[in-house]
Design a protein around this ligand. Structure first.
Ligand code: GTP
Length: 670
């Protein structure tokens, strides 16, 4: 335990009791003065002599099983007008009682003033207004020479953001205190004891006097009256400060800042004023957090408003290139960036000031390895960051990159770039490590430093917002990929349908005449045979053959022969009923399947067709075209083969009987 942990400031007095709070084991030297006791009396006192019987009993009760008094107790000693305030807490072995005089300040008046200040604080709508009002109000209450608010940045450097000046100390507004001024142990202390009062930094600190022979050193680390550590004393001296009070401004994620009250001369602050300042600071901090939360919410809303992508994308999906060219400007202004790149499946899409595509790809490769989790990655010093220092990014200083979880195996990246922002920082006091310039400057003189090679810092809210944007973009790109995939599928489906149709055509139609081929007409005949067998519905087959076709071919050429076949098929097909079918049986032979037809109807149809064909005129052919037709009527027990054989025989009979005729097939002998 370092020595100063058992030294005390003298603006109050301390009594160290045993663990039972029954016996005094040590007191501070000034206790007798505070209580108006003779030095000789000190050795013989008990808690009851100091506090009175009732209060010492109450103290024992309240500390029973508790670490500290819930709130201070006030008392007045017999025959004495001074009111005193008592605080007490337990250490490992002792109970430490701190006693301070209460100034006869009009408590009512103080309350009224504090209330009025609180109301004003609660009405502030901007951080600057709020803090300016806070420092002014605190200075009026405590009378310190200078009251400042110091805000910590993410590196724990403190910037003085508001200040009220009484004139005796130099201004610190806009200056910074290095993080080394606020070591972690000091910051932790503020979590436990949000207020620190140093009445006189130069005052001689004293150890408590042991009152019993076994009196041992007491740990006064948590004592409000503890003396400042020697290094803190020196620090304040360098600042020209003797009286100091500081209060923690506790944010939701840690210490937001500190409120400092400094005076060039020793400066006491009575307990009620301290309480009032503490209330004001707490209220201001709450208000501050609320204002910041509102500001962040407004910013996030703006980012949300720009996230129409996913909704739009569902209606009209855009490609990554389209997305980027439509949104890059908005995104860059939201994230205060001068360039943005989108890395997807090995391709880089970029807008604004970005490094070369090859450099982006290299960066992504490293990032993918080094940064496995789903949150964003950022730096404000590309050249000094191990991941990026060897990459050629001359125009970039800051990078904010968010992964896009496109698939389990592969991530895309959305990357924002910020330029360098040369910043002049004003530091409070010369650094102790730096040698002093030959001409002595006041040790408290500020010095300024130009910070190069850094971009503006990426704010917490920006890192949150970029995750929203990343998610939205992932959705938009996935929607686009799905729609492109669907488009391909649709195209393939159509191509397949067309191929199927072609296949069907080839399989079922005669390529020359476009009427059914033999295979298809046979299928139709078989189907008709099944129906006829089941329902007894008669049907007929008409087999016809062009007369002297060889001679047409030989005389006029094959192509005229083809024309004859095509014209004939067209003519016959168009003159048939919808329920009858025409098929090419082979060569110049055709078959008509006449459904629901008995002998009369079939012969009638054959005759009609025969005379119709005789009227056919084909260009390049001056002779009439005639056909010989054999008609076979379905009989129970018929197959396609037997029916066709009968029709064929009838047709040959027609040929033999002089052509251009219809012959009815003989009935099958059963
Ligand atoms: N142009 C053309 N000719 C074909 C086609 N298919 C078969 N032929 C010809 O049709 C002719 C049929 O002749 P034949 O079987 O002797 O009969 P025909 O000359 O019509 O005599 P009859 O039937 O007895 O009146 C042959 O010369 C075949 O080459 C075809 O698709 N186009």
């Amino acid at each position: 335990m370092s020595k100063h942990h058992s030294l005390l400031q003298s603006f109050g007095a301390v009594m160290v009791l045993d663990g039972e709070s029954r016996r005094i084991q040590a007191v501070s030297r000034n206790l007798n003065k505070l209580l108006g006791l003779a030095d000789t009396e000190l050795r013989a006192i008990s808690p009851a002599t100091v506090l009175g019987k009732r209060l010492s009993q109450r103290l024992r009760q309240e500390l029973h099983g508790r670490q500290r008094l819930a709130s201070p107790l006030a008392f007045r000693r017999l025959h004495d007008t001074t009111r005193l305030q008592v605080h007490a807490y337990r250490t490992h072995r002792h109970v430490v009682v701190e006693i301070e005089p209460l100034s006869p300040l009009g408590k009512r008046r103080l309350l009224g003033t504090v209330n009025e200040r609180l109301m004003r604080l609660a009405e502030a709508t901007h951080q600057e207004e709020l803090l300016d009002y806070l420092v002014t109000a605190v200075q009026q209450l405590t009378g310190h020479d200078r009251v400042s608010v110091c805000h910590f940045d993410s590196d724990w450097h403190g910037l003085i953001v508001a200040e009220a000046q009484g004139g005796h100390l130099p201004a610190l507004l806009g200056q910074r205190f290095p993080a080394s001024d606020f070591p972690i142990t000091l910051r932790r202390t503020y979590e436990r004891h949000p207020i620190r009062l140093i009445h006189d930094a130069s005052a001689h600190a004293e150890p408590p006097l042991p009152c019993t022979p076994e009196g041992e050193s007491v740990d006064l680390r948590h004592c409000f009256l503890r003396a400042p550590a020697p290094e803190r004393q020196r620090y304040l001296q360098r600042l020209g400060v003797r009286g100091a009070m500081s209060l923690a401004m506790q944010g939701d994620t840690g210490l937001w800042g500190l409120l400092f009250c400094h005076s060039a001369a020793p400066h006491p602050v009575s307990p009620p004023v301290r309480d009032a300042v503490r209330t004001l600071v707490q209220m201001a901090t709450q208000r501050l957090l609320l204002l910041r939360a509102r500001q962040e919410a407004r910013y996030l809303q703006r980012v949300q408003d720009s996230l129409v992508l996913s909704t739009n994308a569902r209606v009209e999906p855009q490609s990554p290139v389209e997305l980027l060219s439509a949104q890059a400007e908005t995104w860059c202004s939201l994230f205060r960036a001068h360039g943005v790149a989108l890395w997807l499946k090995g391709s880089v899409y970029a807008d604004g000031h970005t490094p070369d595509a090859a450099v982006v790809a290299q960066f992504v490769k490293r990032l993918d390895k080094a940064h496995r989790h789903s949150g964003p990655w950022c730096t404000r010093g590309v050249a000094s960051e191990p991941l990026t220092e060897s990459l050629n990014m001359p125009d970039q200083c800051g990078i904010l990159a968010v992964p896009l979880p496109m698939s389990v195996a592969q991530r895309g990246w959305l990357i924002f770039f910020r330029p360098e922002q040369v910043e002049t920082l004003y530091w409070a006091m010369q650094p102790t490590s730096a040698p002093l310039p030959p001409v002595m400057v006041a040790p408290s003189a500020a010095w300024c430093e130009e910070v190069v090679g850094k971009s503006e810092a990426w704010q917490r809210v920006e890192r949150l917002a970029v995750m929203d944007l990343g998610e939205d973009l992932t959705l938009a790109i996935s929607a686009y990929e799905i729609s492109t995939l669907n488009m391909h599928l649709e195209r393939e489906r159509k191509a397949l349908a067309a191929a199927n149709q072609r296949l069907e055509q080839l399989a079922h139609f005669d390529p020359l005449t476009q009427v059914w081929n033999r295979y298809r007409i046979e299928q139709a005949i078989d189907a008709e045979l099944v129906a006829a067998k089941r329902y007894g519905a008669a049907f007929a087959l008409l087999l016809f053959d062009v007369d002297h076709f060889k001679q047409i071919n030989d005389t006029h050429g094959h192509s005229v022969g083809d024309d004859v076949l095509v014209s004939l098929a067209r003519l016959v097909e168009t003159s048939l009923r919808g329920c009858d079918h025409l098929g090419r049986w082979g060569g110049e032979e055709f078959v008509v399947l006449a459904t629901h037809s008995d002998m009369d109807a079939a012969v009638g149809l054959a005759e009609r067709l025969r005379s119709l064909v005789a009227t056919l005129h084909v260009s390049g052919l001056d002779q009439p075209i005639t056909v010989s037709i054999g008609v076979a009527i379905w009989q129970p027990g018929d197959s396609c083969k037997t029916l066709m054989a009968r029709a064929d025989a009838a047709m040959y009979r027609a040929k033999r009987s002089g052509r251009n005729r219809v012959e009815l097939a003989e009935e099958r002998v059963t």
